[in-house]
Design a protein around this ligand. Structure first.
Ligand SMILES: *Cc1c(COP(=O)(O)O)cnc(C)c1O
Length: 370
């Protein structure tokens, strides 16, 4: 029996380190509601990311959803369908209408040349995604947003630790949201954060994550419950101490993948972006059947036969989800459709052995028709 390899494996501190971090809670009995660990993680993250304003959430999705709510928006939000369900759902659950912009075929982020043609008098915001950790064209998005007075909310779920021209991706847009889900580069088990520019907005957001409570006798917002609890914050404090090490290990894995899979006919890899310090979050591979000699499905099945879990990430596109039954026309996003049918993300985590990477690459390459 061959060793099973899952697509990802959560980073964890040693048990001792975590126990040490949570011990004090048996004295304080303070388990949630913005306690000591919550405060500590918030200030450590400010330092690590080099940003001024950050708030923590129970997960990345709620940071997106409540950020939109805190902006009091109405109308249409331009976004990408090449993403996780969360991005689109955050828009729809706020009573807003997603308008899907196609992606560019190189790094799979929003095609900035197509944004302006989608802007109408109902457009209120742009919600781009730094997909796979690839940084969007933040300058061009900012220019467009400024010109048309639109809000920008980045789904930065994939980019913890990524820097563009020396700045964390948390620094771009009106708000930028990270996910600290167990499967992400940095995790708090479940968790998320919103980085924002405007302190007034931050206060509103803070209240919305706690039912909209302003004071002991005043509730003036229809909020939710999206507070990060102390055990999750403690996990974050531990994992943050090791995140640079984890990213360095991921880099080795990615370099091996690149070594083995670059310059193969019919295989397209994500580019190394200029001015970007990456976090090596994902390793997407696009298979063009005609040149490669096998489809994405065939490669997926071959890996599955060896108990190796790759993911068809992101397939299907969010604008084809059953829950939106024919509300959107997928023909509007042909590049996203093309890529989503051909892409596979290969297993990637800090402790993935290079021999396992070799085994995965051997199987992938053996799918080529002779
Ligand atoms: C993981 C993810 C989210 C949501 O994060 P959760 O913490 O799981 O709620 C949002 N957008 C993208 C692109 C993601 O990958």
């Amino acid at each position: 029996m061959e060793k099973q390899i899952l697509v990802t494996r959560s980073s964890m501190p040693s048990l001792e380190e975590y126990v040490d971090e949570i011990k004090g809670m048996w004295q304080t009995h303070w388990l949630t509601n913005m306690g000591e660990k919550h405060q500590a993680l918030q200030s450590e993250l400010k330092k690590y990311l080099g940003i001024e304003n950050i708030d923590l959430f129970t997960n990345g999705h709620m940071s997106l959803e409540l950020s939109l709510q805190a902006m009091d928006l109405q109308g249409e939000v331009i976004t990408s369908p090449f993403t996780f369900a969360s991005t689109t759902h955050a828009i729809v659950r706020n009573g807003l209408k997603p308008v899907f912009c196609d992606i560019n075929p190189v790094d799979f982020t929003m095609d900035v040349n197509k944004i302006e043609s989608l802007i109408t008098d109902r457009t209120c915001a742009i919600m781009p995604v730094h997909v796979y950790g690839n940084v969007c064209n933040v300058e061009e998005i900012e220019r467009i947003a400024h010109k048309y007075e639109l809000k920008v909310i980045y789904d930065a779920a994939h980019t913890f630790g990524v820097r563009y021209k020396g700045k964390s991706t948390g620094a771009f847009g009106d708000v930028s949201c990270f996910s600290f889900h167990a499967t992400k580069v940095f995790n708090t088990i479940e968790g998320g954060a919103a980085c924002f520019k405007d302190k007034e907005f931050g206060l509103k957001l803070y209240r919305l994550k706690n039912f909209g409570i302003r004071g002991p006798e005043c509730v003036d917002g229809v909020g939710a419950n999206a507070k990060m609890n102390e055990f999750c914050a403690a996990m974050g404090l531990c994992n943050l101490r090791h995140v640079d090490e984890e990213i360095a290990k991921r880099k080795k894995v990615v370099e091996r993948y690149r070594e083995r899979l670059s310059n193969i006919d019919g295989i397209q890899l994500s580019p190394i972006q200029k001015d970007v310090k990456p976090n090596y979050a994902y390793f997407p591979v696009v298979f063009e059947e005609r040149e490669f000699g096998a489809t994405r499905e065939e490669v997926f099945d071959a890996l599955a036969q060896h108990d190796i879990g790759a993911r068809k990430y992101f397939y299907p596109l969010t604008n084809t989800f059953e829950c939106f039954h024919n509300q959107f026309d997928v023909k509007q996003t042909p590049v996203a459709l093309h890529i989503s049918r051909r892409v596979l993300t290969l297993p990637l985590y800090a402790d993935l052995a290079l021999e396992d990477v070799d085994r995965i690459c051997d199987i992938v390459l053996s799918c080529r028709r002779k």
